[in-house]
Write a protein that binds this ligand. Structure first.
Ligand code: SAM
Length: 269
């Protein structure tokens, strides 16, 4: 018997993502507006259809998509400070301590994660989605138009090149890096792009104290420091996640990032 692909019902209609207002409220002290919920749903449907041509994600079942792509993307930018207990739909997302009209870059965005959910939740942030795969960026251009997100732009380039480009080096308040490379490599991609005082969020799965110790020297060489390590569980499947928050404390030496491919071949230690 032919099996239907996950995320589609028998009529091939995409299913609805969960609304999950209570989970949003208890985990990040925020709820999406109706418009934002519709944007998440449209994003889901566009990713399912883009998946037919491009290998964007293997996560297609609606609850899993919501938890691992939408919720996880936003959990990473949630404030680590205590947020107010009761908020209603439409209120500002309680984010990291950065400016209201921040310049943000999502390095190795792939199918648009975490950058697109972040752009939906934070319409005043200016978000650049960066990936070396041109086809994925062309697809994301159509997604951005369909979602009506004037605050997002795409760039098809390598993080190593962008970090040496005068228009991008030290230009961003926040860099997001999820599922791109090992932590020291992500740090070398992100820190040169940050302004002094800016933050990088490394989205990780398993993480131990020894990983924090091992990352310290690489981050220090790049002019950064580890500001916070936050552990959390995902709200539906109780998976363990970590976000490593780096802060840029000093200018990154000009030799970083090193040439294309070198950070991966010889990660900083
Ligand atoms: N961040 C997305 C997510 O979490 O779903 C996509 C992760 S995907 C596994 C890794 C992406 O990083 C790929 O699309 C790849 O092209 C991109 N990538 C890897 N190294 C890169 C680099 N040096 N510069 C720009 N993009 C890079």
């Amino acid at each position: 018997m032919k099996r239907e692909p996950e995320g589609t019902d028998i009529t091939n209609e995409p299913q609805a993502l969960p609304q999950a207002n209570e989970i949003w409220q208890t985990t990040v002290h925020w709820q999406p507006t109706e418009t934002q919920q519709t944007q998440f749903q449209t994003l889901y449907e566009l990713i399912l259809s883009g998946n037919r041509q491009l290998n964007l994600t293997r996560i297609t079942e609606p609850n899993e998509f919501w938890e691992k792509h939408v919720w996880d993307s936003l959990r990473g930018i949630a404030s680590w400070q205590t947020a107010p207990e009761t908020l209603t739909s439409g209120q500002t997302f309680p984010s990291l301590p950065i400016s209201a009209s921040a310049q943000v870059i999502d390095i190795g965005t792939g199918g648009g994660f975490p950058g697109i959910p972040v752009a939906i939740a934070q319409p005043d942030w200016h978000i650049t989605l960066l990936d070396s795969t041109r086809k994925k960026m062309a697809f994301l251009d159509t997604v951005i138009t369909a979602l009506g997100l004037p605050n997002v732009a795409t760039m098809s380039d390598r993080a190593e090149s962008l970090g040496q480009h005068s228009q991008h080096r030290a230009h961003y308040d926040l860099a997001l890096v999820r599922a791109v490379a090992e932590a020291a490599v992500c740090a070398e991609y992100a820190l040169p792009l940050l302004k002094l005082g800016g933050f990088a969020v490394l989205y990780r799965g398993q993480w131990a104290d020894s990983d924090t110790q091992a990352l310290k020297s690489a981050v220090a060489q790049l002019g950064g420091a580890i500001a916070q390590v936050v552990t959390f569980t995902t709200p539906l499947s109780q998976g363990i996640r970590h976000c490593i928050y780096l802060q840029k404390m000093a200018r990154t030496p000009g030799r970083f990032p090193r040439a294309i491919g070198i950070p991966v071949k010889q990660p900083l230690v």
